[in-house]
Design a protein around this ligand. Structure first.
Ligand SMILES: *Cc1c(COP(=O)(O)O)cnc(C)c1O
Length: 389
């Protein structure tokens, strides 16, 4: 049995996007191109993290990143062998998974550092980690202006190896943002302090000056697009991999959308003047109208705000979503769409024809209802079957 509402995940498009981003960051002459950390947190932004991670690994991803240990374990169980970075805060009970599944934690607080060192020492092993510096986001990370005091204990942990230092930008998607520039400057200063505090191991004394023993990364999708000065050694795109450019930015990278969402009309109804449709009669007919019922609702992740604002494609036409979004259904006005019949294909996200208006992309849908594209894809419900091709 297959429900009519399905998500198609185009893994070739995903790999294409990975290669396109790789090419983009290799475009600056005279520098080693940064490597790509593929962000597959939150079930790969709703696309299905196991299949997405395996496809990216096949495409040559050096490193994947998840929000927490549990997400990373899902990837290991699916057979992912690439290194996996865990972004989130480590709660003490979680730590076993890091060792058992060979994960790379982010250390973002002194107490997490102590707990990790103790756990690694108990196991008589050593663990590589990425250090997170808070340069202004005021969320996770060691404060950038307090490192001389907060870092020496961590850097002296005998069972922990510093593999990378990173930060995260709060306003990379706001053109002209001063906060972004301030964070960049804070990060550069913080790196100088880390350089000072990291004493080269004996075997590394011959390292040329200016070469670090650890890697540096800072860029999410938006930062990657806007400023090559902060590309450093690695970049961390999420949204771009899925073929979506963070609004309001534009990009010359040739990206392809990865997810499409389709359904089928299950019923067609005539409405008489004065009648309404759905809960609350949010839409009322002034004249005879034809309504099509589509079996996908807010339980499938369709936002309530799409009522009166969103569109779908049927028979190559854009038709408006009218009336309240229900748990399991939406209703659309197909009066002007010709002979619509049960069984007709409905495109909720994706393309139905070659004209520019025959496409509804995630960014458009997000814009129509005043949210962000990240939320739209993450919310595509678990009831919706994902098909991979
Ligand atoms: C989610 C996340 C990213 C990716 O963000 P996009 O805007 O989707 O590119 C990068 N870095 C960190 C730390 C994140 O949490």
């Amino acid at each position: 049995m297959v429900r009519s509402t399905v998500a198609r995940i185009d893994l070739e498009a995903l790999k294409w996007n990975f290669a396109a981003i790789q090419q983009h960051v290799a475009s600056e002459p005279g520098r080693t191109p940064p490597r790509i950390i593929c962000v597959v947190k939150a079930n790969a932004y709703g696309h299905g993290s196991d299949r997405v991670a395996l496809a990216l690994e096949e495409a040559g991803a050096d490193l994947l990143a998840c929000a927490d240990i549990e997400e990373a374990i899902v990837l290991r169980r699916a057979g992912v062998r690439a290194p996996i970075l865990v972004f989130g805060a480590l709660s003490i009970s979680d730590l076993d998974g890091l060792f058992e599944y060979s994960l790379t934690p982010t250390v973002s607080t002194p107490s997490a550092a102590r707990a990790l060192q103790a756990a690694a020492s108990r196991r008589e092993t050593s663990l590589g980690y990425h250090l997170k510096i808070d340069t202004g986001m005021n969320r996770l990370g060691f404060r950038h202006d307090n490192l001389r005091r907060s870092l020496p204990e961590l850097l002296g942990s005998t069972n922990l190896r510093l593999e990378a230092v990173y930060t995260h930008f709060a306003t990379a998607d706001e053109p002209g943002s001063q906060v972004f520039l301030d964070q960049s400057a804070n990060f550069a200063k913080a790196l100088a302090v880390v350089d000072e505090l990291v004493k080269p191991a004996k075997s590394e004394r011959t390292r040329p000056t200016g070469e670090r023993s650890y890697l540096v990364h800072a860029c999410n999708s938006a930062a990657l697009l806007r400023d090559s000065r902060v590309w450093y050694d690695m970049v961390r795109p999420g949204l771009l991999l899925y073929g979506i450019v963070p609004p309001p930015l534009a990009s010359t990278i040739d990206l392809k959308p990865v997810m499409s969402l389709t359904s089928r009309v299950v019923a067609v109804k005539g409405m008489r003047p004065g009648e309404g449709v759905g809960y609350g009669w949010r839409y009322r007919a002034q004249e005879p109208r034809t309504i099509a019922v589509i079996p996908a609702g807010y339980a499938d992740g369709l936002d309530l705000r799409l009522s009166g604002k969103g569109h779908v494609l049927i028979r190559g036409r854009r038709v408006p979503i009218v009336g309240a979004v229900s748990m399991d259904m939406i209703t659309v006005d197909v009066t002007d769409a010709g002979e619509v019949a049960p069984g007709d294909e409905v495109v909720i996200i994706g393309r139905q024809g070659d004209e520019s208006w025959q496409q509804i992309d995630v960014r458009e849908m997000a814009g129509a209802i005043g949210t962000i594209p990240w939320e739209i894809v993450c919310r595509v419900g678990s009831r919706i079957e994902r098909y991979y091709d």
